[in-house]
Design a protein around this ligand. Sequence first.
Ligand code: ADP
Ligand code: ASP
Ligand code: MG
Length: 596
Amino acid sequence: MALIVQKFGGTSVADTTKIIAAARKAIREVRSGNQVVMVVSAMGKQTDHLIALAKEISPRPNNREMDMLMSTGEQVTIALMAIALEFLGHKAVSFTGAQIGIRTDATYSKARIRSISTDRMRRALDEGKIVIAAGFQGVDDDLNITTLGRGGSDTTAVALAAALKADRCDIYTDVDGVYTSDPRIVPDARRLERISYDEMLELASMGAGVMHSRSIEFAKKFGVLVHVRSSFSDSPGTIIGPEPERLDAQVCGVALAKNEARITIHGAPDQPGVAMRLFSRFADAHIPTDMIAQNSSSQGRTDISFTVQSEDAVKAVDVAAEVVKEIGADRYDVDENVAKVSAVGLGMEKQTGVAQKMFHALFERGINIQMIATSDIKISALMTRELAVDALRAVHAAFGLEREPSEEEKAAGSEQKSNADHSFENGVSAHLISHLTGMEDVVVEGILLDSNQARFTLYDVPDRPGLAAEIFDRIAEGCVIVDMIVQSVGRDNLANITFTVPRSEIKSVEKIANDVCKAHGCHVDSNVNVAKLTVRGSGLRSHTGLACRMFKTLSDSDVNVSVISLSERCVAVVVDEAHGAVSQANLQKEFSEETL
Ligand code: ADP
Ligand code: ASP
Ligand code: MG
């Protein structure tokens, strides 16, 4: 007898007719001989409605009471679902997060799951009941109700599947699978047959709202196969698992984070330890940051820009104001009218010209890129919010994502799949899991050192559409694999573009950089002896403290970091090559407890 976890999102339980339809799906599964645990969200837009009620009273409602309030939405649905199942003639029992024993930390509105006790669910299942669990909620050690973050019912579902060692986790939603982009914004987006954990995690973290990113972290860590499918049709859906649909595709999907805010700390002292102090303040406030760019250092001062989600912007501005004082920076500013478009794909790691294709697509639409940040399997560009939808469609089209892969392309992908690096293929080892204090504790796959890199920075590049495209066009013509790219706009609307390339390519890249600088009046600076240090794992960006521990370890031994790249799979930094090996050893020591 298989155990299936079925999760129904808000639209799928928006009214009583839909609740009954969902109940029938569970009964169908039971009739074919399986046990079922249902996880349900609040009905329709109920969570938004509850938040709006609180905001009618106070602009900054108390965090604890907000979680108390928001958790009621799911409680309504579990009871109605149990009533529907019994009405349809099936035994059922509903449980809140607390009743099911979902223990979390005490971070209201973003709580992380520590443990789940399965006894009560097992007993109910053994009594032949369908178990209905409230998504999105848990309790902390003092029995305060906590919530997991917007969209968090996916995380409840996958976490329950992991704790119960379920055979499958079905996510029923209002689309019939994971698409190459949000099909409501990009009408010719294509449904993917499958997508790898790493790609889905990155897409979800970059704004693909179809899955809560933390649910994918769970799925990867515990080896849970996730099946995203429609509540309203029998379409085959999408499997999220260890393997990608195609390994050779540069990009598998593009995501839009429409509501972002860019914060710049101006005139920060350019010394080891400053990045650590700055970002640890944001980490302590549980504010994930992205797209970190440090601008030119003049007179020992540097500008540091990064993005946060708009929902964190109010808190982030408070933190920024304090940080400016603490580190002795000049000031900060915020742009709350920006959006981020990201392209994600396992294939981009080993291919040239991916960034160039994206920048070119944006240039052709006349879209100015305000910031660029890349990591191993994603490229993000920041632009003014009004242009973001156009940008998303342009990037989707540039990679031909609407096109169904041919049979040969699928076959070529699957031949390579057997060689793929699947260190998490069957979940993390039981040994390591038994050492985790909390189920959501971060797990590190390894600390990598690439001592063979060179860094180039073009300073004072005019900030207008097309310049990034031109530079990376030229580099792509030489088939050079560009690794990290960071661009941000500095003083007087001049941009800095930093990138790293393999050291063997410095001659040709130097020439290109000099040509570009001559043509556009910018200047180039390079360090041909740099090393890239990478912490590899899963969920690393949203575990806000991890990058800070990395920066602290480096600054404790006086190592300065010149480029930072963040993603869920990797946090990478560039340091002087001379410090590479020692820093790797120090990082290995720092992360030894959580390393696979
Ligand atoms: P639920 O309430 O079932 O959790 P959500 O609204 O959270 O549903 O997620 C489903 C929505 O995600 C879809 O309606 C779609 O607009 C959006 N979405 C964003 N990116 C993607 C994508 N890449 N593939 C499919 N849907 C996406
Ligand atoms: N009801 C919560 C929300 O709207 C959780 C969820 O639907 O996943 O964010
Ligand atoms: Mg959702």
